[in-house]
Design a protein around this ligand. Structure first.
Ligand code: ATP
Ligand code: MG
Ligand code: MG
Ligand code: MG
Length: 569
């Protein structure tokens, strides 16, 4: 490949609307261009990286025994009604209507579709176990698409779904996928951590998330310094003892040293507060209809964060409620909020979807406000408060009683679930067991954010000059840079011969024959993150040397041809 025949479009200026470094660098390198909120075109350069991530994922999934399929992204409403998710999935589900007035969803995930496929394909236990995977575009109407492809609305996911005769076999495959994910993220050259996670809107019994560690990550991970315990913070809270939520206990524990007055919190949240509080608002139930109600407590007739809350996904009701009503809801979810003092309440208690939009997840009781958790990195209004909470959480004992708790930030790049019989049951899928009786298979599902990985890799691998790709996903591993290609023909020939030899040796190399001045050429090659650079120049040829530099090295080296080649093969 020759860059003079390729399409590169780089810029020096940092785009003003890009908050995180991966988004900035992807725009500057010209990897993506925005079409609409959370919807991006992948340029030829960006696509090379995306395809490399895809290839690693596909190879490892195939090696692990999964079989590739491709399911439609447009999914009929009737299918989603079979599982009840047409209503329950909430606002992330993009619903569209065809000319015959039939409704469809643009698939945010494929449990329904794969179960429909499986109920047509699988009829006997002898066909189990089986694991189908695809690499497919998903659409989720995220409340706050941001950070470029990191939290997009349209994005590329690898999703896999396995079917088993029994829970033991599901457990075996879950472990197999867990190990496969470890191999995938290792091959991609990423520093990652697996944590126990909440099962969220997908549901199921057991679940782990894989996080790429990065300070810009939207998730907070709790891990023990004294054991292998690691969890998504939401989950660490839920693991604390107590009735149903558990979250309450965790809140109490975390809160005690940081009790804030109403005024403190209201000021931090930028929410107006007066002392005469009389009523409470019920905002709705969460999309799964579980008893974790999403509540917003308001003062008088002034709803806190009215606009934000009005957009809650799965919102079934939005109005002021009486105190009796709120107590009824609280009775249905014992312990979640703890004792409520409507006279001093403000806040939002959240499930995952709400947490995704609330800046703070806060609990209230008679004494005032208690901060239980924070969406790290999301437009936090008051850095000191974050530090404050962080200090309190860090250093506490772990949920498993060993060591002390540390907090790291992460970007969720993979998620494995044991779903059990949920979808097969809802959709009436059975297979004949050994005794010829109809039995419901159990399922697992396994996702990887293929497009998100591209951004996550940049968060971990960059410097002031641009991206530094891990070799496995670099658009090219080596740039052969020709100084003054219109000058001496022998220089061109030497560069082309070097390119041919590299490619023959299985190295993904590109020739930069654009004829830019060295400074501008090197700046581009550094910005787009090519890990190895070999410069071919007239002076070098005369001396019998090629200039080699690794993207992370501080100095270039003058090497003979064979040594230069050996550095990149
Ligand atoms: P998040 O917590 O970040 O919203 P999720 O838990 O909703 O993600 P899953 O349903 O577990 O996502 O989907 C599997 C994977 O798809 C995630 O681990 C993540 O890597 C990726 N993914 C999910 N939502 C997005 C998005 N909006 N943009 C890019 N990738 C995404
Ligand atoms: Mg999500
Ligand atoms: Mg998640
Ligand atoms: Mg997830």
């Amino acid at each position: 490949m020759r860059l003079s025949q390729f399409h590169l479009h780089t810029t020096k200026e940092t785009p003003a609307d890009a908050e995180v470094v991966s988004h900035q660098l992807m725009l500057r390198a010209g990897m993506i261009r925005k079409l609409a909120a959370g919807v991006y075109t992948w340029s030829p350069l960006g696509l090379r990286v995306l395809r490399k991530v895809e290839r690693v994922v596909r190879e490892e999934m195939t090696n692990a025994g999964a079989i590739e399929v491709l399911m439609p992204s447009i999914q009929p409403r009737e299918l989603w009604e079979e599982t009840g998710r047409w209503e329950k999935f909430g606002g992330q589900l993009l619903k569209i209507k065809d000319r015959k007035d039939s409704w469809y969803a643009y698939g945010p995930t494929h449990e329904e579709v794969v179960t429909d496929f499986a109920r047509q394909e699988l009829s006997s236990y002898k066909q189990l176990p089986v694991n189908f995977f695809q690499i497919q575009t998903k659409f989720r109407d995220e409340i706050r698409p941001r950070f470029g492809v990191m939290r997009a609305r349209e994005f590329l996911m690898k999703d896999a779904y396995s079917f088993h005769a029994n829970e033991d076999d599901l457990g075996r495959e879950y472990r197999n996928m867990y190990d496969t994910y470890g191999r995938i993220f290792t091959r991609l050259g990423l520093k990652f951590r697996a944590v126990v996670a909440d099962t969220g809107a997908i549901g199921g019994a057991m679940s782990h998330e894989f996080h790429v560690l990065a300070d810009s990550g939207e998730d907070a991970l709790a891990f023990s310094t004294g054991s292998d315990y690691a969890a998504n913070v939401e989950r660490a809270e839920a693991a604390a003892p107590g009735p149903r939520g558990a979250a309450t206990e965790a809140m109490r524990k975390v809160d005690t040293p940081t009790q804030k007055t109403c005024e403190d919190v209201a000021a931090l949240l930028g929410i107006p507060l007066s002392r005469t509080v009389k009523s409470v608002a019920v905002i709705g139930v969460d999309p799964e209809n579980n008893p974790r109600f999403v509540l917003a407590l308001v003062r008088g007739d002034h709803a806190v964060n009215e606009i934000k809350l009005a957009k809650l996904p799965g919102l079934t009701e939005y109005r002021l409620a009486t105190e009796d009503e709120i107590r009824e809801h609280l009775d249905a979810s014992p312990g979640f909020l703890g004792p409520i003092a409507p006279a001093k309440s403000i806040l939002i208690v959240a499930d995952r979807d709400v947490a995704a939009m609330a800046d703070f997840v806060v609990g209230a009781n008679e004494d005032g406000f208690h901060i239980a958790g924070v969406n790290w990195g999301r437009d936090l209004p008051e850095p000191d408060l974050v530090a404050d909470i962080r200090n309190v959480v860090e250093g506490d004992a772990s949920p498993d009683g060993q060591g002390t708790l540390g907090i790291a930030r992460g970007i969720e790049v993979g998620h494995v679930f044991q779903l059990g019989g949920k979808y097969a049951q809802a959709m009436g899928m059975t297979v004949l067991d050994e005794n010829g009786r109809a039995a419901t298979p159990v399922m697992g599902c396994y996702g990887i954010g293929v497009s998100r990985i591209v951004a996550a890799a940049i968060e971990q691998n960059h410097d002031a000059n641009g991206i530094i790709w891990p070799d496995a996903i670099a658009p090219w591993q080596v740039a052969v840079c020709v100084i003054n290609p219109k000058g001496v023909e022998a220089v061109n020939e030497a560069a082309q011969a070097l390119l041919r030899d590299l490619i023959a040796a299985g190295v993904d190399a590109v020739l930069d024959d654009r004829g830019l001045r060295p400074g501008a050429m090197f700046a581009d090659i550094e910005l787009i993150g090519i890990p190895h650079r070999i410069v071919v120049s007239e002076r070098g040829l005369q001396a019998g040397t090629f200039e080699y530099r690794h993207r992370r090295a501080s100095e270039a080296e003058q090497l003979d041809r064979d040594t230069a080649i050996s550095r990149v093969t």
